[in-house]
Design a protein around this ligand. Structure first.
Ligand code: AP5
Length: 217
């Protein structure tokens, strides 16, 4: 199964992707996570992406498409779920072309729909573990001990782009450049709109309902 998960920053893409891969045995390919890993490793790609990410603007298409096509080519037969990619119509077209070369196609697009105020609350309250990547929230998903990862005891951190000014810019960029991707897919793909304002378990139930219709679990 090949899935694209679309949604504004903070819609819950990463949270839902972790649950999707656990249930359907897919590979989670998050463009944001890959860029952050490249940055942490001091790699050239990470250095190129840094200023765009810190400002909440998009990294140029050429860099992103090359990076994502490369990881998609290495993905297993069982399939993948794309998180944060494609984010422009140009990226979506290039993804289609690349998959067509290997006679593949996206099976379903899940579109997480969320209100701006919910996004701001979720992102400014998000904390994550720099070691294992576990994601928490200061109100909705608290760790057992404040500020400490339940899984490995590491001190939790706040992402540099999760402050209010950058979040507002990310929402603006989403409206201008990523929302048109939903319309692009609605022309020729199955797109499932999901109410992502609801709590994480309710959203997961809606997501699984869409995906179970494609596959026998
Ligand atoms: P990226 O890392 O992709 O960030 P994003 O799209 O802004 O999404 P987030 O990771 O912030 O949110 P999410 O939807 O995954 O929410 P999460 O599940 O964590 O991109 C970062 C940057 O990289 C971009 O700005 C850009 O510069 C660059 N980039 C990446 N891809 C690119 C591309 N294709 N092209 C160009 N540039 C690219 O949840 C958020 C919080 O809410 C958590 O605390 C969570 O616990 C909580 N939560 C989740 N769901 C719920 C719920 N249902 N109810 C209550 N709380 C919830």
């Amino acid at each position: 199964m090949r899935i694209v998960l679309l949604g504004a920053p903070g819609a819950g893409k990463g949270t839902q992707c972790k649950r999707i891969v656990a249930r359907y045995g897919l590979l989670h390919l998050s463009s944001g996570d890959i860029l952050r890993q490249e940055r942490a490793a001091g790699a050239e790609l990470g250095k190129k992406a840094q200023s765009y990410m810190d400002a909440g603007t998009l990294v140029p298409d050429q860099i992103i498409v090359e990076m994502m096509v490369c990881v998609i080519k290495k993905s297993p037969e069982t399939g993948f779920v794309l998180d944060g990619f494609p984010r422009t119509v140009n990226q979506a077209r290039q993804l289609d072309q690349s998959l067509a070369c290997s006679r593949q196609k996206i099976d379903i697009i899940l579109n997480l729909k969320v209100d701006n105020q919910v996004v701001i609350e979720r992102l400014t309250g998000r904390r994550s573990c720099p070691k294992c990547g576990a994601v928490y929230h200061i109100k909705n998903l608290k760790p057992k001990v404040e500020g400490i990862c339940d899984k490995d005891g590491t001190t939790l951190v706040q992402r540099a782009d999760d402050n209010i000014e950058v979040v507002e810019n990310r929402l603006k960029v989403y409206r201008q450049q990523t929302k048109p991707v939903v319309d692009y897919y609605k022309n020729s793909y199955v797109v499932c709109d999901i109410d992502a304002n609801r709590n994480a378990d309710d959203v997961t139930a809606l997501v699984f309902e869409c995906l179970d219709s494609l596959v026998e679990v």
